[in-house]
Design a protein around this ligand. Structure first.
Ligand code: VGL
Ligand code: ZN
Length: 198
């Protein structure tokens, strides 16, 4: 069966030296590239925020990165400024083979709402369009890789499972942030949703 490889946010800001560095984020690049050769389709996502995005702690006086605030759409973790549109931090890791991508999907581009998932923004109702793209191409089996396991990868895999896709997360090709136990929680939720962890 053709499986689509979805590479989540393998961008400089999530790699060591970046604004929101995920430990070992750069270690997965070679393996992700190799996985592209076995994939029936390759989709890259790119976290793509306007300057002054509402998920940035810098926009919330008195708040610090990694605190949680209540937004009109629910709880939101505040992050250091990261993946600002057209910045070097928002660029893909230099080693990532981007030529193989059929689609590059940008998310988080609306100032007032974050988008962890590649399918829905954080209100969990505004679609990114990815579901329609996959369905119209007949891509029903998805392998997720990328950063960060416990945020954008997990939220994407959960939405994909809810939408009825056949979903796997390739854990060796993911790295996480692990904020207050978020890694264990995310893996448990993903597993409970019927996602295969490989
Ligand atoms: C991500 C936090 C903020 C991610 C993106 O890619 O997991 N995490 N923006
Ligand atoms: Zn972001």
């Amino acid at each position: 069966m053709t499986r689509a490889l979805i590479v989540i946010d393998l961008q400089n800001d999530f790699c060591p030296g970046g604004a929101l560095a995920v430990t070992g984020g750069d270690e997965i690049v070679a393996g992700v590239n190799a996985q592209m050769d076995r994939a029936g389709a390759v989709i890259l996502t790119q976290d793509w925020h306007p300057a002054g995005h509402s998920s940035f702690a810098s926009q919330h006086p008195g708040r610090a990165p990694y605190e949680t605030v209540q937004m009109d759409y629910g709880a939101q973790v505040l992050w250091p400024d990261h993946c600002v549109q057209s910045s070097q931090g928002a660029a893909f890791h230099d080693g990532l083979v981007t030529d193989r991508a059929d689609l590059i999907l940008r998310k988080g581009f609306r100032a007032g709402i974050d988008s962890y998932s590649a399918f829905f923004e954080n209100d969990q109702t505004t679609p990114t369009g990815l579901e329609g793209y996959l369905r119209s191409r007949g891509l029903t089996a998805l392998d997720f890789t990328g950063l960060a396991t416990d945020f954008c990868v997990a939220w994407s895999a959960l939405d994909a499972a809810r939408l009825g896709f056949d979903v796997r997360v390739i854990l060796d090709l993911c790295r996480g942030i692990d904020l207050d136990g978020s890694m264990a929680r995310a893996l448990e939720e993903v597993r409970a949703a019927g996602v295969e962890l490989v």
